[in-house]
Design a binder for this molecule. Structure first.
Ligand SMILES: Cc1ncc(COP(=O)(O)O)c(C=O)c1O
Length: 402
């Protein structure tokens, strides 16, 4: 078959979906590295720490038995219990039962399944910008319409409730929240979340609370787990996973806690799609959740130190303004004052050309803000060593100062 015939056979669905720009930047940075170029990567949303040693030990002992079989499609009872225990201990969520949990192949898979379970064609999904790259595309894959509501750095990227309410229509089904947020690092205060909860109740919305960065909060900021707010447990799907909290991205374990009928519907789709998440990975997740949580705090403390280095460094660059993130491991500086300049021989007109100049001329990989719905900004992940961060900042300084 020719390429043309093959393309004609692709569905509309594939055309609606964009390639993940964050993955594209990582791929280009890897290509340069393979050519022997020393690239500083602020691109990937992936902690740089190794998997905790006690997790490796538990999985090694499991593998030594040689019995790696299917499990229940929705996850093992051991893992569901470990998830319920942590939800009760860490967030005071003690009413959930095993039937309220679905374990999937990463938080991304969980979110995908939830949208598939809840959206009909033409339904609307409210997404706050700047947003995590995958939300709009996942909504489109469910034939739903992503409706973007802007937030601003001057409000700490918290949603303006009037603007949010104005975006609600008869077709709005789902509101996606992500606090602590990627790419903003914003942590919503309790009062803001209570306001959102009132809107959800008034307009009968289902809230997706993506709390995958819940353990990474800094300074005075306090994380509020959305389903702990009065009346919210019955209309919230809570998404978490081991990727960010335990630096276990490659194990691909995420989960959803929510009302049983929705969890059952998602489990039905998963059963026909992937069956259970990889069995050794479920063993690994049990070890992470049941083991000492000191590893989480150690990583958080290190991220906090890096956060301060990167924010100070970016603020010292001419033409760059950088809000202070309170959570996750990203900064989202506004670089739009540099648009119109030539940096390292590259004409910079927007976030894509700015990030191209950084990669090609300074060998610094970062992600264009347009991927997150804000073309004034670029995202840097500080899941990188302090030395690499310092070096990357020095290169950016040289690039910008000429
Ligand atoms: C906001 C947010 N949600 C969910 C995920 C999914 O993570 P995973 O699929 O590794 O659990 C990510 C990963 O980058 C993320 O940034």
């Amino acid at each position: 078959m020719t390429g043309r015939v093959m393309t004609q056979r692709l569905t509309d669905r594939t055309r609606r979906v964009a390639e993940s720009l964050t993955l594209a930047v990582t791929a280009r940075a890897l290509e340069l590295k393979r050519q022997g170029i020393d690239v500083i990567s602020f691109g990937a949303g992936e902690p740089d720490f190794p998997t905790p040693p006690h997790v490796i030990e538990a999985v090694t002992a499991f593998l030594a038995k040689g019995q790696v079989k299917y499990t229940a499609a929705s996850g093992t009872p051991e893992l569901k219990n470990a998830i319920l225990q942590r939800a009760a201990t860490d967030d005071g969520l003690s009413q959930y039962e095993p039937g309220n949990v679905l374990v999937s192949c990463g938080g991304k898979h969980s979110l995908y399944l939830a949208l598939q379970a809840l959206c009909e064609a033409g339904d609307e999904v409210l997404i706050l910008a700047p947003y995590w790259v995958s939300y709009p595309d996942m909504a489109q894959l469910a034939d739903a319409k992503p409706v973007i509501v802007e937030t601003s750095p001057s409000d700490g990227f918290r949603p303006d409730l009037e603007r949010l309410e104005a975006a609600i229509t008869e077709r709005t089904r789902v509101l996606i929240l992500n606090s602590p947020g990627n790419p903003t690092g914003a942590v919503y205060d309790r009062t803001t979340l209570e306001g959102i909860a009132r809107l959800a109740e008034q307009h009968d919305l289902i809230v997706f609370s993506d709390e995958i960065y819940a353990k990474l909060v800094y300074g005075d900021a306090q994380h509020t787990c959305f389903p702990t707010l009065p009346g919210m447990q019955e209309r919230t799907l809570l998404f978490e996973g081991v990727s960010k909290a335990y630096s276990m991205t490659g194990w691909r374990i995420g989960w959803t806690l929510g009302p049983k009928p929705i969890i059952q519907a998602m489990a039905k789709i998963q059963g026909q799609m992937t069956s259970n998440p990889a069995t050794p990975s479920q063993v690994a997740a049990v070890a992470a959740l049941n083991g000492s949580q000191d590893v989480v705090e150690d990583m958080r403390t290190e991220f906090d130190a890096r956060r301060q280095i990167i924010v100070d460094g970016l603020r010292s660059l001419p033409g760059v303004s950088c809000p202070e993130p309170q959570g996750a491991f990203y900064v989202l500086p506004d670089v739009s004052k540099l648009y119109g300049k030539t940096l390292g021989g590259h004409a910079v007109t927007d976030s894509l050309t700015f990030s191209a100049a950084c990669l090609e001329s300074a060998n610094v990989a970062l992600v264009a803000g347009i991927a997150f719905g804000d073309d004034r900004c670029v995202r840097l992940s500080y899941a990188n060593s302090r030395e690499q961060i310092q070096e990357g900042l020095a290169r950016l300084k040289k690039l910008i100062e000429g």
